[in-house]
Design a protein around this ligand. Structure first.
Ligand code: HAM
Length: 432
């Protein structure tokens, strides 16, 4: 058999379908967004939870057999254990939070925030990825409707903090264990009666979970959905009262919201309050920039004590698309303060960069023994305010030339020993 030797074509790898590399300055913008969220959450008494990126697949299967996230979109795998464990990358964090609650039994109310990547095997398109980032909060251990208001209000204030103006809040109640059976029966009977008019996919969904048919975006299903019975007409007294208190709290916060009686979320665990944030600046198919609700039975389903919960997750990727569309929360390059130019061999730059960085300045430099002209060009491009220049004369004297790169800025020579205070004086009032 002939073996081809010599030239082997090298594969050009690309990021896997549905994933992306996030380069600077966009990566810095995302970090800033998470830090705005973290500040808001911590000021509201939420502590950060970091949980594993993968879990036993059973944790996510509790999210509901009728949800596509569980039936079609899990990234699942077996590890090298003997016997191998069946695991899955997390498609969302609420199930992991409930698993962690059942495992650690913290005192309640347990208020946590999180941020991180989620993984869903979806058909990628603008605003829909297979790896995407969420920030979110969860409050476990209380079913006080004011906890719902606190959570929803936090989401609202976060969008405001980013400068987004076109985000609408949609709220609904899916009722409790006392109201759901009657509604589910009425809805199932209605949908069965009009089964022939539904799309093929919705007919399949109908067999699994009639409620999820209401979430269909297919044109063919819309007339049937529009005339379907509404949950609000079936709420038990307690559920109706809970929903009224939530609405009253939102009114007190001055929150503009719409009651959206057909709002059904893509996960099966919701009870009572559900809500979504829709960005009008985005295409309707991907305009949900966040969503959440109550899940009063989930902790118990994961083996914990009966524990009500409420929370939300916001999609960082989509929020940034909405910011782009609205011209809010712009990406900003992060310039350094000082650029060190060394045309005397480079050894001085090694030490001076280190000294200036230790003094707290942002400092960059060039490599490869580039010419003075090339290094000065790099200094200009770096956005630095000050250039520190070491040529053969400075090298011999143990000095450095400090040049103010701002228009009309001068320069002077200082001993390397006095460099840090000289730079500090020039930068006074410019650094954060
Ligand atoms: P979710 O509605 O599945 O809820 O996701 C929340 C947000 O994550 C969405 O509104 C959207 O902004 C973003 N998102 C979802 N899938 C993708 C995707 N493929 N690409 C980009 N962004 C996406 C949950 O995940 C629940 N855990 C929320 C929750 C918390 N409920 C109670 N607590």
């Amino acid at each position: 058999m002939a073996v081809a030797l010599g030239v082997v074509a090298k594969a050009l790898f690309r990021a896997p379908t549905g994933t992306r590399d996030i380069l600077a300055p966009e990566s810095a913008r995302r970090r800033r967004l998470v830090s705005v969220f973290a500040d808001l959450a911590e000021r509201s008494g939420f502590g950060q939870l970091e949980s594993p990126v993968f879990e036993d697949i059973g944790v996510f299967q509790r999210l509901g057999a009728a949800s596509e996230i569980v039936t079609k979109e899990l990234f699942e795998f077996f590890d090298k254990g003997d016997p191998p464990r069946h695991l899955a990358l997390r498609p969302e964090l609420t199930a992991s939070v409930c698993r962690a609650f059942a495992e650690h039994r913290p005192t309640v109310p347990w208020k946590i925030w999180y941020s991180g990547s989620q993984f869903r095997y979806e058909r990628p398109q603008a605003g829909r990825y297979r790896q995407f980032e969420q920030v979110g909060v969860e409050t476990l251990g209380t079913d006080d409707p004011h906890a719902d208001v606190e959570v929803i209000g936090l989401g609202m204030r976060f969008y405001e903090a980013l400068g987004l103006k076109q985000v609408r809040l949609l709220v609904n109640s899916l009722g409790d264990a006392d109201s759901r059976p009657a509604y589910d029966a009425a809805l199932a009977a209605y949908l069965q009666g009009r089964r022939g008019e539904l799309s093929e996919q919705s007919r399949v969904t109908l067999e699994r979970n009639p409620l999820r048919v209401l979430d269909s975006k297919r044109d063919q299903d819309q007339p049937v959905i529009a005339a379907a019975p509404l949950m609000v007409d079936f709420l038990s007294g307690a559920s109706a009262e809970h929903f009224a208190t939530v609405r009253d709290g939102l009114d007190r916060l001055g929150a503009a919201y719409e009651i959206s009686p057909r709002l059904v979320r893509g996960l099966d665990y919701y009870t009572r309050t559900t809500f979504e944030f829709a960005a009008d600046a985005l295409d309707t198919a991907q305009n949900a920039v966040g969503g959440g609700g109550r899940y009063d039975a989930l902790v118990e389903e994961l083996g914990g004590p009966p524990t009500p919960g409420i929370g939300f997750a916001l999609g960082v990727d989509r929020i940034l698309l909405a910011c782009d569309a609205e011209g809010a929360f712009a990406a900003a390059p992060t310039p350094v303060d000082v650029f060190v130019v060394d045309v005397a061999g480079g050894a001085s730059a090694v030490v001076l960069c280190d000294r200036l960085r230790q003094a707290g300045f942002g400092v960059d430099r060039a490599f490869d023994g580039r010419s003075m002209k090339a290094q000065m060009k790099r200094a200009d491009r770096s956005g630095a305010t000050v250039a520190v220049i070491v040529g053969p004369d400075e090298q011999a004297e143990g000095t450095a030339t400090v040049r103010d790169l701002r228009p009309g800025g001068g320069q002077n020579r200082v001993t390397q020993h006095d460099l840090v205070p000289a730079v500090a004086k020039l930068l006074e009032g410019t650094t954060s």
